[in-house]
Design a protein around this ligand. Structure first.
Ligand SMILES: [Zn+2]
Length: 265
C-alpha cells in the first residue's frame, strides 16, 4: 500500500483537491514531510533504512496523535544527499542543490494550498544542514509560514539509556540504534548474521564526526563494512522500545507545533 506505515486517514496524497480546498482550520493543520535516504548501511541492512525509519516512526507517532490535532503526512522523499557514502554501490545521492530546490518547490506548493505549518521529518544525518537553509529561506519568503526542520533521533532521550557510552558517541550509522529499530520495522530485511562492530580510529579526544568540533569525512575513510557503530548489540526488543519512545516523543513535539504561534505574523 502506498501509505506504508502512515495511517491512511493521515496520508495527504489520499485527499482530493476539493477536500484540501475546503479543509477546516487549514492554517493550523500540520503538513509533515518524511525524508530519508537510499544509501549503504553495512553488510546487514538494506539501503532503505533512513527512509523506512522516517516513515515508520512518523506513522507510529501519527497513530498515537489525538484525532483532534489536524496533521497529514506527505509521501516520503526517499532520495537524499548521501555523497559521504560514495564508493559503496547502491547508494543513490542527490546534490544539496537538488534537495534544496525540491524542498523549496514542495514548500511553495504547500503554502499556496493554504497551509502555514510544515514539518521536515528527516532521519538521515547527512542533510539536516540543507533542511535548515530551506526552512530559513522559505520563512524569509513567506513570513507567515512556520517551518520546522526536525531530525528523527533528537527526541530519543530514553533511547540513549539503551546504548553503551561508546555507541552513543560513535555509533552513528548502521549501529545498535538503527539496526534495533530496523528489527522492529522490517525484520525480514535485517541479516543479523552479517552484523559487525566497527568504530573509527581517530587519534583525537576533541575532534569527532558529528560533535562540537567536527571534521568532514567519507565513510570509506573510516569504515570497511560501511557500519560506524556496533550492530552486533542490536535486538528487536530494544528496537520496539526505541520505536515507542521515539513515537511518544514526536507526539509531544507535533502537539507543540499545533499550539505554536509565530511572533509578529
Ligand atoms: Zn541511517
Amino acid at each position: 500500500m502506498i501509505h506504508g506505515w502512515i495511517p491512511p486517514q493521515r496520508f495527504f496524497a489520499y485527499l482530493t483537491w476539493r477536500e484540501i480546498a475546503t479543509l477546516a482550520e487549514k492554517e493550523n493543520t500540520i503538513i509533515i514531510q518524511p525524508l530519508g535516504a537510499i544509501e549503504q548501511h553495512g553488510y546487514h541492512l538494506p539501503l532503505i533504512v533512513d527512509a523506512a525509519i522516517s516513515q515508520g516512526v512518523l506513522g507510529k507517532a501519527l497513530s498515537l496523535l489525538p484525532p483532534e490535532i489536524p496533521a497529514f503526512a506527505l509521501p516520503t522523499i526517499y532520495y537524499g544527499k548521501s555523497n559521504e557514502h560514495d564508493g559503496f554501490p547502491g547508494t543513490i545521492s542527490i546534490s544539496g542543490q537538488t534537495l534544496y530546490n525540491l524542498l523549496m518547490e514542495v514548500g511553495k506548493s504547500i503554502y499556496k494550498a493554504g497551509f502555514r505549518k510544515w514539518i521536515l521529518f528527516n532521519s538521515h544525518g547527512g542533510q539536516p544542514q540543507v533542511l535548515e537553509i530551506v526552512a530559513r529561506d522559505l520563512h524569509q519568503l513567506y513570513p507567515d509560514f512556520a517551518i520546522f526542520p526536525f531530525f528523527t533521533w533528537r527526541v530519543a532521550t530514553v533511547t540513549n539509556e539503551l546504548l553503551t557510552p561508546i555507541e552513543r558517541e560513535w555509533g552513528i550509522h548502521g549501529g545498535d540504534a538503527e539496526t534495533s529499530l530496523m528489527l522492529a520495522l522490517l525484520p525480514e530485511w535485517v541479516k543479523m548474521e552479517l552484523a559487525v562492530r566497527e568504530y573509527p580510529s581517530i587519534a583525537s579526544t576533541m575532534l569527532s564526526l558529528e560533535g562540537k568540533f567536527p571534521f568532514a569525512w567519507l565513510t570509506r575513510e573510516i569504515s570497511k563494512s560501511g557500519v560506524i557503530g556496533d550492530a552486533t548489540m542490536a535486538s528487536r526488543e530494544k528496537g520496539e522500545k526505541i520505536l515507542s519512545d521515539l513515537a511518544t516523543g514526536w507526539v509531544k513535539v507535533i502537539t507543540e507545533v499545533y499550539h505554536f504561534r509565530l511572533g509578529n505574523s
